[in-house]
Design a binder for this molecule. Structure first.
Ligand SMILES: Cc1ncc(COP(=O)(O)O)c(C=O)c1O
Length: 432
């Protein structure tokens, strides 16, 4: 008998990491393993799940759509589920954003935004405006363009030769302030780095890409709202497009539907994914203003955006996204978000006073605890110990090196969220 192919797991070393755990089913905030364990999914399965696993309304919407139209090419055709999604998203996104372009996931939504920004200036006969600025500690995905705008990390290390050069501006990482300020005296001086870059090279720069207010994989770094406002003002002043990568922050994660809403700003391009389908199916969307889209409509065919993926605008994913947005309308989703935010706030006070804890951060439903470590960063020796210890106690948390973060589905019960914190405290007291 031949043996089956072996699944090559993402972000996993076959010898050094523990063997993957078979999951038989999932419901609400819980994963049920084939060997009978129940695990709290405290990271929403890589930040995608919003209303709980196997949510019956999303499952039913996908099934109904599959019996009608599973997929159709979106070039030259359109379909009801995609049109409905365009309509349903309308009230949630800034009025300035008028167009949406489908892709497959967060990375491709970012690729689309970068390409749109560059071609926008090309179409306007300003080809010299083709450079990109991104932030220190940024993460935008794993495809080549998304890796280029992401900051250097163990994820990008082997691919130096594939990444195109970008300008890297300071991030507002207050705990490790890049300009040596303390919160009491901070006047967002870190943004001056971007300001000088744009003043010097603005005529060559097409876009600045940011993860608005929350840099995820770079360490769950929360920025002051004022930082994002200043970035918006600077990009507008220098005729540079602002790309807001809301792949993680979208759909209520930060307390508002989108992080940009907290700063009352509208970007020129916005990337969404992850929560868009409630965590059921992959989908990427890049939203753009009229001004950007208009540059792609002229007598010249070469002004067309020649980009598209086979599954662009997939009808099943659109049906899941429509059901997700219907849940936002029908259920008290923002009350659940507020409850999570309140519990995070309470428990972080406790954690902040522990000597092993360097910093705590929170924005909406996302809480992070940066532990003191001799080797801070993604490859910190603490990480595998913490991960195993949490799992042994029935909690799925995937620390980013020495940063433990909690990012639960909105449906999590308060007692279960408290349990996650009890386990984190027990782990810190035992291991550090
Ligand atoms: C801010 C941000 N952008 C882009 C991505 C890439 O998304 P995907 O993994 O769906 O390609 C991620 C993934 O974590 C992300 O956090």
């Amino acid at each position: 008998m031949t043996s089956p192919l072996k699944i090559w797991h993402p972000f996993t070393h076959r010898w050094l990491d523990p063997a993957p755990i078979p999951v038989a089913k999932a419901e609400g905030a819980f994963l049920y393993t084939a060997d009978g364990r129940r695990i709290i999914d405290a990271i929403s399965s890589w930040w995608v799940n919003l209303h709980g696993h196997a949510h019956p309304r999303i499952a039913a919407a996908i099934a109904a759509q599959a019996h009608k139209l599973e997929h159709v090419i979106l070039a030259g055709f359109t379909q009801e589920a995609a049109e409905e999604l365009a309509e349903r998203l309308r009230p949630w996104v800034a009025p300035a954003l008028q167009h949406l372009f489908f892709s497959d996931d967060g990375s491709t939504a970012v690729e689309v935004a970068l390409k749109l920004a560059v071609q926008y200036f090309q179409n306007l006969e300003q080809p010299e405006k083709c450079e990109i600025v991104a932030l220190e500690h940024g993460y935008h995905g794993d495809t080549a363009g998304a890796m280029s705008v992401s900051d250097d990390s163990p994820f990008t290390e082997p691919f130096r030769c594939l990444r195109f050069p970008v300008h890297r501006a300071h991030s507002a990482y207050c705990y490790r302030c890049p300009v040596g300020k303390k919160p009491e005296t901070c006047q967002i001086e870190c943004v001056q780095h971007l300001e000088s870059l744009l003043a010097e090279r603005g005529s060559q720069i097409a876009a600045v890409i940011v993860e608005p207010l929350l840099q995820g994989a770079g360490g769950m770094i929360v920025h002051p709202v004022e930082f994002l406002k200043r970035v918006r003002a600077l990009t507008a002043r220098h005729d540079v497009l602002l790309i807001a990568d809301e792949v993680l922050t979208g759909f209520g994660r930060t307390g508002k539907m989108f992080a940009c809403d907290l700063a009352n700003i509208a970007p020129d391009l916005m990337c969404i994914s992850k929560g868009v389908t409630g965590g059921f199916l992959p989908m990427g969307v890049t939203l753009s203003t009229d001004r950007v889209e208009a540059a792609f409509c002229s007598e010249n065919r070469l002004h067309t955006f020649y980009h598209g993926h086979s599954y662009t605008g997939n009808a099943l994913a659109c049906a899941a996204a429509n059901a997700n947005l219907q849940i936002f309308e029908d259920e008290p989703v923002f009350d659940r978000i507020a409850t999570i935010a309140r519990i995070h706030g309470q428990r972080l006070v406790e954690l902040r006073s522990m000597p092993q804890v360097g910093d705590v951060r929170q924005i909406g439903t996302v809480a992070a605890i940066e532990l003191r470590a001799d080797d801070p960063g993604y490859l910190s020796a603490l990480r595998p110990k913490l991960y195993g210890f949490f799992l042994d106690r029935g909690v799925l948390l995937r620390p980013l090196g020495n940063v433990v973060y909690v990012l639960p589905p909105y449906i999590i019960e308060p007692d279960d969220l408290h349990r996650v914190y009890d386990v984190i405290i027990e782990t810190i007291e035992t291991l550090l």
